[in-house]
Design a protein around this ligand. Structure first.
Ligand code: PEP
Ligand code: MG
Length: 577
């Protein structure tokens, strides 16, 4: 047995056989029974014939338009389809390794590319791109029709654990989780969007495993523990039996905290400071959890999750309106803060959320202003839905005053057009520029929401999806604490509310520090709410403020962490005596 350790991001134990998904090469690897070998090989040959027709067609057109020189490239590609070292080798891999055709094509391509990279002939080395092209075409044709990752995963038999190099939230949202017990991914950190989604779905998950998808053979038995972040590969039968018993317990235990049923008394610290706890929501089904977990509304609805992989242009105003209205009606009388689409430009006509979460550039409100047609549609749906509950609109990825002004102008014009009033408008503070300019923005918005997931990554130059740098993703960095203090002070000066909706708030050890920094409104993943309530009830805000004052005098994240840890230990010792 081998043990791999990653970061547990969604609690629970699961047992199943490994299914490997390699999104970077867009190939999925899963074991096939011997009786399916002929079917996979037939699919490979069908894809080859389809590819041949496509290439001959392209060749003919290239010849007409550009002459024989360009056409020759496609002649070479057609020949590759009959090369024994390529499609022939893929067939051999299907037979010998009992894997699916798309994966066999990927493997055969990798073997050839390795050989070509080592030869001392520039002409031959350049053929590598042609082979990559043909391999991509074959895989595309193998996927043709109904055989995307989603459909392939729906063909699984028996309990399975998905092991992927990365898993986009849009794909995760579409999978049938009654067939897949849990997932593990090479990439990612605790704030990786797929990790956030796993908690919503109550699917045990581990991220940050580096190269598990390359190491684990398809079909290997796996025990995954989403609490400890451990993956047992090929465990002993008695370990499997124990884990199967654990996994069979109802999923609700995954919330990991024995909470009392709906605690509805107003939430205050031990010394009487009122605290508002709301929930971050991605799926409408999450709403069931809100009342159960004592959330006083939705502090962040990540609207881009409604796309589930579809291009944003395909979601109509009416569809959006119905969804926002449902959300507001179900959460009422509590308020809902809906964030406009936080997408980047590659997602406007290609896919839904995720994958490029860490990319700066044309993202969030910037993208909305660059594509006012899309933003206008969303704002119309929001203003209309606003009549059915207590709605606040929030713009993501704001960097300064001019963007807020332009967005508000658009909102005003939409409200005038509909003869309705515009809901309150807030800015997410998740880019250092917004935190530093909070004093200037305070008079332009009705509220601030601090998004520490992004604020940490952009302040510290750490990609939140990159497991290689996850150790530098440090919520206790003095720069970050100073920014939070700065935003909170700006909000007080402008008499506007400020909340924090990053995952940082769901860490019980950090929540006290945030209250010490003066914050009193938080929104977090619903599963974290019961523990947060308990922490808040046990905490004295005046102690927390003293703690934060001292922490802000320390110079490094490590010193701050040690100080908080010692203070917590001392308090626990005092309360035990
Ligand atoms: C954040 O950046 O802190 C946040 C809550 O937004 P998201 O995780 O959706 O980027
Ligand atoms: Mg963000």
């Amino acid at each position: 047995m081998e043990r791999l350790i990653g970061i547990g991001v969604s609690p629970g134990v699961a047992v199943g056989r490994a299914v490997i998904l390699t999104l970077r090469t867009e190939a999925i690897r899963f074991p096939i029974p011997p009786e399916r070998v002929d079917r996979e090989i037939a699919a490979l040959h069908a894809a080859r014939e389809l590819s041949r027709h496509q290439l001959q067609d392209i060749r003919g057109r290239a010849n007409k338009a550009r002459g024989a020189e360009l056409a020759a490239i496609f002649d070479a590609q057609v020949l590759m389809l009959d090369d024994a070292l390529f499609v022939g080798r893929a067939e051999e891999i299907i037979r010998n390794e009992l894997v699916n055709a798309a994966w066999a094509v990927h493997r055969a391509y990798e073997e050839l590319a390795l050989v070509l990279a080592s030869v001392d002939d520039e002409y031959l080395r350049e053929r590598e791109t042609d082979i990559a092209d043909v391999a991509g075409r074959l895989r595309m044709n193998l996927r043709h029709g109904t055989r995307g990752p989603r459909e392939l995963l729906s063909e699984l038999s028996g309990p399975s654990i998905l092991i992927a190099d990365e898993l986009t939230a849009s794909l995760a949202a579409q999978l049938d989780w009654s067939r897949i017990q849990a997932f593990a991914v090479d990439a990612g950190s605790r704030t990786y969007h797929t990790a956030i989604l796993a908690r919503s779905l109550k699917v045990p998950a581990v991220v940050g495993l580096h190269d598990a998808s390359g190491l684990i053979p398809a079909g290997t038995p796996i025990i995954l523990d989403g609490t400890t972040g451990e993956l047992a590969v090929n465990p002993a039968p008695d370990a499997i039996e124990r884990a199967t018993r654990l996994a069979a317990r109802p999923r609700a235990r995954a919330t990991s905290f024995p909470h009392a049923p709906a605690d509805t008394t107003p939430l205050t610290t031990a010394d009487g400071i009122g605290i508002l706890l709301q929930a971050n929501v991605e799926l409408i089904e999450d709403l069931e959890l809100l009342h159960e977990h004592g959330a006083e509304g939705v502090g962040l609805y990540r609207s881009e999750f409604m796309l589930s992989g579809r291009p944003v242009e395909t979601i109509s105003e009416e569809q959006q309106y119905m969804l926002y209205r449902t959300l507001l009606e179900q959460v009422g009388p509590y308020p809902v803060t809906i964030r406009t689409f936080d997408l980047d430009e590659r997602q406007t006509s290609v896919r839904g959320p995720e994958r490029c979460r860490s990319r700066p550039g044309l993202r969030g409100l910037r993208l909305g202003l660059a594509r006012p047609d899309l933003l206008r549609t969303q704002l119309r749906a929001l203003v209309r839905a606003g009549a059915h509950g207590r709605l606040r609109i929030m713009f993501p990825f704001v960097t300064g005053v001019e963007e807020v002004r332009e967005a508000r102008r658009l909102l005003r014009s939409v409200a005038t057009e509909l003869s309705m009033s515009a809901p309150p408008v807030g800015a997410m503070v998740e880019v250092p520029a917004a935190a530093l300019a909070a004093g200037l923005m305070g008079s332009e918005v009705d509220f601030f929401t601090i998004g520490t997931n992004d604020l940490i990554q952009f302040t510290l130059a750490v990609d939140r999806t990159d497991d290689r740098v996850s150790e530098f993703y440090e919520p206790l960095h003095p720069a970050l604490l100073r920014m939070i203090r700065m935003v909170r002070r700006a909000a007080v000066r402008h008499h506007i509310p400020v909340s924090l909706c990053g995952e940082m708030a769901s860490d019980p050890a950090l929540l006290g520090l945030l209250i010490g920094l003066g914050l009193t409104e938080f929104s977090m993943t619903p599963a974290a709410l019961p523990i947060a309530r308990q922490v808040i009830r046990d905490l004295r805000a005046d102690h927390a403020r003293a703690l934060a004052r001292h922490a802000l005098m320390l110079s490094t994240a490590e010193e701050i962490e040690r100080y908080l840890f010692d203070a917590l230990a001392a308090r626990n010792a005092a309360s035990n005596t």
